[in-house]
Write a protein that binds this ligand. Structure first.
Ligand code: MN3
Length: 205
């Protein structure tokens, strides 16, 4: 079955003023759409791979034939990363609650230190990529990946991720990635992040 572009769960202007409408339109409607289209193209002659859930395909990336492996990493990663990105954002902001709040405090000291480490991971990524909160080896960890590499490829469950490609922020923030990363916390939908954490611990994310 072909992969499809999921609709945004809110209007393209819902994250204003922190993420501008035009960035959302281009990011979702063109960049994410291109990952979906190119993933489907890469899998056209591989019905067995096309039938697998995308997270499984990425976990089993070593089994993907050489000829299409990099296309799956780039476009399958791009598709699954952005699907998560839209899901964990929304108007509102706030803080995590419940077990995630407790475990963030236990693992990183407090919420402010957690935010500082995510920011550092995003700023430290040279070029394009992502900063992540992942659940792996039974614990929370902050990591960064280049390009569209998915944490699933290294058996890490992505709880939260922030896109630090220039296409995610350049229209509004130009070269000021740090300002974008600071503002991004205003549009995190912690209810969804809490849900992803519960699923990750249950082994179903
Ligand atoms: Mn992007």
């Amino acid at each position: 079955m072909a992969h499809t572009l999921p609709p945004l769960p809110y209007a393209t202007n819902a994250l204003e003023p922190h993420i501008d409408t035009m960035t959302m339109e281009i990011h979702h409607g063109r960049h994410h759409k291109a990952y979906v289209d190119n993933l489907n193209k890469a899998l056209e002659a591989h019905a067995n791979l096309a039938a697998k859930p995308l997270d499984q395909l990425l976990r089993e990336i070593s089994q993907v034939p050489d000829a299409v492996r990099q296309a799956v990493i780039n476009n399958g990663g791009g598709h699954i990363n952005h699907t998560m990105f839209w899901e964990i954002m929304g108007p509102g902001g706030g803080k995590p609650s419940g077990p995630l709040a407790d475990d963030i405090a236990k693992t990183f000291g407090d919420f402010g230190q957690f935010q500082a480490q995510i920011k550092q991971a995003g700023l430290g990524r040279f070029g394009s990529g992502w900063a992540w909160l992942v659940f792996a080896g039974g614990k929370l960890q902050i990591v960064s990946t280049p390009n569209q590499d998915s944490p699933y490829m290294t058996n890490q469950a992505p709880i939260l991720g922030v896109d630090v490609w220039e296409h995610a922020y350049y229209l509004k923030y130009q070269n000021k990635r740090a300002d974008y990363l600071d503002a991004w916390w205003n549009v995190v939908n912690w209810k969804k992040v809490d849900e992803r954490y519960a699923k990750a611990k249950a082994g179903t994310l």
